[in-house]
Design a protein around this ligand. Structure first.
Ligand code: NAD
Ligand code: SER
Length: 314
């Protein structure tokens, strides 16, 4: 088997830090090059190579790919749902052009694989609200969701037209303690733990009964690696796979936190992010991912809460 050399773009972000560290464990530190527009995340420092890189500068990206002998790219740079609604033109430009730059270079350099995440944000108010299936009505109402849905079809196009082995997951909202989230509607489910430990109170920007699909980061990292390591013949979806972990509301996560911090109090002050959350399904059907590459989540709300609190206390 040819030796793989991986470039992670957006490595200092919420997913990037943990994915880079996980890939380094599998492929070796020197074979996973972390890159980002912003400075190297402290958790990555000293664990492997880092380059400062703007994915929008296609020439420089191409130079780095050739110079470092890159065979696979994990593209994580994006503007997420809440930040995207504040600057729709920028979100569209970054989310689309970054993907097209990477897919073009992957084609020219005959890369072995590309990974690019999509999101539950592809779904809209007309999609089924419960157990939203892989194939269904998809009419997103956020610029982030529109960019993800268009991106899914670019991935599909490059696979069918040029044979690029590009793979993708529609992540639910991701919860983690290592690296801060970057401007999503589901970020409340990270903030709530930090505030619970710091001040024993949290004002939530979503209503108490807003159910959303969520996943703990260790499950998301494992799903990504399992998808990328699956034989190409098992991959039946070349747009993006539905993925499910758990589904809960702000009220339910607060109740779970209270089991560990009894005097924790939550209050609610919904803002513009409520409309975004209302447009997404409450739960996701990931039967196709289960069947194709054996996906099975490990963490539920109780297990995640215990792990989050134990780790944040440290
Ligand atoms: P994030 O905002 O935490 O990280 C993105 C990183 O990309 C940041 O470190 C940022 O500095 C970097 N970046 C931005 N512009 C760049 C540029 N021009 N060149 C190079 N780097 C640039 O985001 P994340 O939560 O880690 O998300 C990663 C991917 O996963 C995104 O595509 C996102 O849409 C997707 N996703 C995330 C979630 C979630 O809950 N975190 C859910 C669904 C999908
Ligand atoms: N967590 C992401 C967001 O809220 C979903 O893609 O934007």
């Amino acid at each position: 088997m040819a030796k793989e050399k991986i470039l992670v773009i957006g490595a200092s972000g919420q997913i990037g830090v943990e994915l880079t560290l996980a890939l380094r464990k599998i492929y070796g530190n020197a074979n996973v090059v972390a890159s980002d527009l912003r400075e190297e995340n402290p958790l990555l420092q000293g664990t492997g190579p880092y380059v400062s890189l703007d994915v929008m500068n296609k020439e420089m990206l191409h130079v780095q790919v050739i110079r470092q002998g890159i065979t696979q790219i994990y593209l994580l740079a994006a503007i997420l749902s809440a930040t995207g609604e504040k600057n729709p033109a920028l979100a569209w430009h970054l989310n689309m052009q970054s993907l097209l730059n990477v897919l073009d270079i992957a084609k020219e350099e005959k890369m072995s694989k590309v990974y690019w995440p999509s999101s539950i944000a592809v779904f809209g108010p007309t999609s089924p609200n419960q157990n939203c299936p892989q194939k269904t009505i998809i009419e997103p109402t956020t610029v982030y969701g529109i960019s993800k849905y268009a991106g899914e079809f670019w991935c599909n196009y490059y696979f069918h037209k040029y044979g690029i082995d590009v793979r993708s997951i529609r992540y639910p909202g991701l919860i983690s303690y290592k690296s801060a989230p970057g401007g999503g509607t589901t970020d409340y489910a990270v903030e709530i733990y930090l505030e619970a430990l710091e001040s024993k109170k949290y004002q939530c920007f979503l209503k108490e009964d807003t159910y959303l699909p969520m996943m703990y980061m260790p499950d998301a990292i494992r799903a990504t690696i399992e998808l990328m390591e699956a034989p190409a013949s098992d991959i039946s979806i070349r747009t993006s796979y539905n993925l499910s972990g758990m589904s809960f509301s702000p009220k339910e996560i607060a109740e779970e936190i209270k089991k560990h911090i009894p005097d924790f109090a939550i209050s609610y002050k919904p803002d513009y992010r409520q409309d975004i959350a209302n447009s997404w399904p409450q739960s996701i059907d990931d039967t196709v991912a289960q069947k194709d590459w054996g996906w099975k989540p490990e963490f539920d709300l109780a297990l995640m809460t215990k792990d989050m609190i134990d780790n944040l206390k440290e």
